[in-house]
Design a protein around this ligand. Structure first.
Ligand code: SAM
Length: 247
């Protein structure tokens, strides 16, 4: 998959993405990062792409033409009708569902803002675009948000994780949080690993993990359970837990 990122600070992205599984995905060419610097399309000798806001007020605004020209450059080099993601704290809240949808595309364009953000007209002028926010807080620029999006999509691509089941079992993939994990030693500061995990009974382990997943979601993120219908069997496991609480 190819990520075309329009940014004035490509190094900030590279420095967050060059480690671990994502770094290897870049090395192994499973993903490609293509950076476009909008300053290439600046209309002045200083290479600036921002200007004062009409109506006054603090901060500078990113101009339309350098951003649009950067997007057009990518689109000209590609045959696909590529989707453009504008990073903005005002966008749709990014979730695992977005990652799964974006993964189905062979490439996307991500536009990283700076200063006060983009001139509003650039969004309306870009076909097949969406505004995405990574949370209800304001960052100084979109590069960290772009890294979050690229990382979360990349780990879903076959061949990126050592064991592909990892992504399937991760939190949110099935609408539930992940079950708890344990590693050696078996006892640490009097705390023991749950017995079932040492039993070698794969069916019992699978069932215990599903129950833990449901219970963890119930305790930590009840909002997720409201959005997800539990199967009869899953509901039985939750009821079992609630009965245990009453005992
Ligand atoms: N004035 C804007 C506002 O209050 O909506 C904030 C601009 S912010 C300082 C500069 C850039 O950082 C934005 O254009 C956007 O690209 C990026 N950014 C900041 N917070 C973000 C968030 N929560 N999610 C995605 N991108 C964000």
């Amino acid at each position: 998959m190819k990520f075309n990122v329009i940014t004035i600070f490509p190094d900030q992205l590279l420095q967050t993405l060059e480690f671990g599984v994502i770094g290897r995905a870049i090395e192994n060419k499973i993903i490609e990062l293509n950076f476009i610097d909008p300053r290439e399309f600046s209309d002045n000798d200083y290479g600036s792409i921002d200007d004062k806001a009409y109506g006054g007020g603090p901060g500078m605004v990113m101009q339309v033409e350098p951003i649009l020209s950067s997007i057009e450059k990518v689109k000209k080099e590609s045959k696909n009708n590529i989707q453009t993601v504008f990073l903005s704290p005002q966008g749709e809240q990014y979730t695992q569902k977005h990652a799964e949808l974006f993964k189905k595309q062979s490439e996307i364009i991500i536009v990283s803002g700076r200063y006060e953000g983009f001139d509003e007209r650039v969004i309306g002028l870009t076909k097949n675009s969406v505004e995405i926010s990574i949370g209800d807080y304001v960052l100084s620029g979109g590069e960290i948000a772009a890294s979050v999006i690229i990382d979360s999509i990349t780990r879903l691509i076959p061949g990126v994780l050592g064991d592909e089941q990892s992504a399937v079992l991760d939190s949110f993939t099935s609408g539930l949080l992940d079950h708890p994990h344990y590693t050696r030693p078996e006892i640490v500061r009097d705390k023991e690993v749950p017995n079932v995990l040492l039993s070698g009974n794969h069916e019992a382990i699978k069932r215990w993990r599903l129950k833990q997943s449901i219970v963890t979601t119930f305790k930590k993120r009840p909002d997720l359970l409201k959005q997800r219908k539990l199967s009869k069997d899953e509901q039985k496991l939750l009821d079992e837990y609630l009965e245990e609480l009453d005992e």
